[in-house]
Ligand binder design. Structure first.
Ligand SMILES: [Zn+2]
Length: 259
C-alpha cells in the first residue's frame, strides 16, 4: 500500500498526539485524554478565504478528529448538547429517524432503546442504513418523535421542500435537530444554480459537496414552517464545559427545533 504524503503527515501527527505525555484535552465520546484533536484538511489556514472572511460557524476544523476514536467535533458537540438538553431520556421508547447517521452518535441513540430507530441516507454506505430522499420520504405523517439531521441541510437540493417534509413526518411535539454550518455575517442564504463544479462549491460554500451557504435567515426559515426554536448557545447550555478541552466550536449553537 502506497501512502500519500498528506496521509503520512496526518498519521505522524496522530502518533505524536498519542505519544505526548501532555494530555490536557478529552474526547467525550471515547473518554480518552488526548494531547489535541487532528485538523481537517489543513485546518482554517487552508480553508477557502471566503469562509474565514465571513466567519463561518460550523465544524472546528482546527480541532476536528479525535486521534483515538476519530470522532468529529460536530459529533462530540452534539453528544454534549444532547446530554445537557436532557434529550436522552426522551429517546427511550421514541420513534427516531436519523439522517446521515454518525457511527458514535448512532450507538448512543440505539442505547436509549427507542421504539423504532431508522437510519437513513440518500447514499447509504452500510446495510443497516435505509436509502431515503429527505425531499420525498417514504414515511407517514406524524410518524417520528425525533428527526436528527446533523450537517445535512447544506447538502439537500431544496431547503423549503426538505423542511416541509421534516415537519410532515414529525409528530406534534416532535424534535428536529437541524445542525448546519452557517455564516452569521450573511443576512441571506446564498445559493446559485450556476455554482456546480466541486471547485466552485468549495470556494463559494466551503465544501465540495455543499450546495449553499446559509446565512442568519436559516433560523427564521425553519421557524416559518411552524417550528418553535429551542436554539441555544454553548455558553447557555454548557456553561461549565470547556470547548477547548473537548475539541468543540464554542461559537456553534445547538440547533434544536420543536413541532
Ligand atoms: Zn475519541
Amino acid at each position: 500500500m502506497k501512502l500519500s504524503a498528506q496521509k503520512i503527515i496526518r498519521l505522524s501527527k496522530r502518533y505524536a498526539m498519542l505519544a505526548s505525555p501532555l494530555k490536557t484535552k478529552q474526547c467525550c465520546l471515547c473518554g480518552h485524554k488526548v494531547a489535541g484533536f487532528l485538523a481537517h484538511a489543513g485546518g482554517w489556514k487552508k480553508a477557502p478565504q471566503l469562509m474565514t472572511a465571513l466567519k463561518m460557524v460550523g465544524s472546528d476544523i482546527d480541532h476536528f478528529a479525535c486521534p483515538v476514536c476519530y470522532s468529529h467535533d460536530r459529533e462530540r458537540h452534539q453528544w454534549l448538547y444532547w446530554q445537557a438538553a436532557g434529550l436522552l431520556p426522551r429517546m427511550h421508547g421514541a420513534h427516531i429517524l436519523h439522517f446521515a447517521p454518525e457511527q458514535h452518535l448512532a450507538q448512543r441513540v440505539a442505547a436509549q432503546q427507542p421504539a423504532t430507530y431508522i437510519k437513513a441516507d440518500l447514499y447509504p454506505n452500510a446495510a443497516d442504513i435505509q436509502k431515503v430522499d429527505l425531499l420525498q420520504m417514504p414515511f407517514t405523517d406524524d410518524q417520528f418523535n425525533f428527526l436528527i439531521a446533523n450537517h445535512v441541510m447544506e447538502h439537500v437540493a431544496n431547503v423549503s421542500q426538505a423542511l416541509a417534509e421534516i415537519w410532515r413526518v414529525l409528530k406534534p411535539g416532535g424534535w428536529a435537530i437541524l445542525q448546519t454550518p452557517y455564516c452569521a455575517t450573511l443576512q441571506h442564504t446564498w445559493e446559485d444554480a450556476g455554482i456546480q463544479s466541486t471547485t466552485q462549491r468549495l470556494a463559494a460554500y466551503g465544501q465540495e459537496d455543499h450546495v449553499r451557504l446559509f446565512g442568519q435567515d436559516i433560523f427564521t426559515r425553519i421557524e416559518a414552517i411552524g417550528f418553535s426554536s429551542l436554539v441555544t448557545t454553548h455558553n447557555e447550555l454548557l456553561p461549565n464545559t470547556s470547548s477547548k478541552k473537548y475539541g468543540v466550536n464554542l461559537n456553534e449553537p445547538f440547533m434544536l427545533f420543536r413541532k
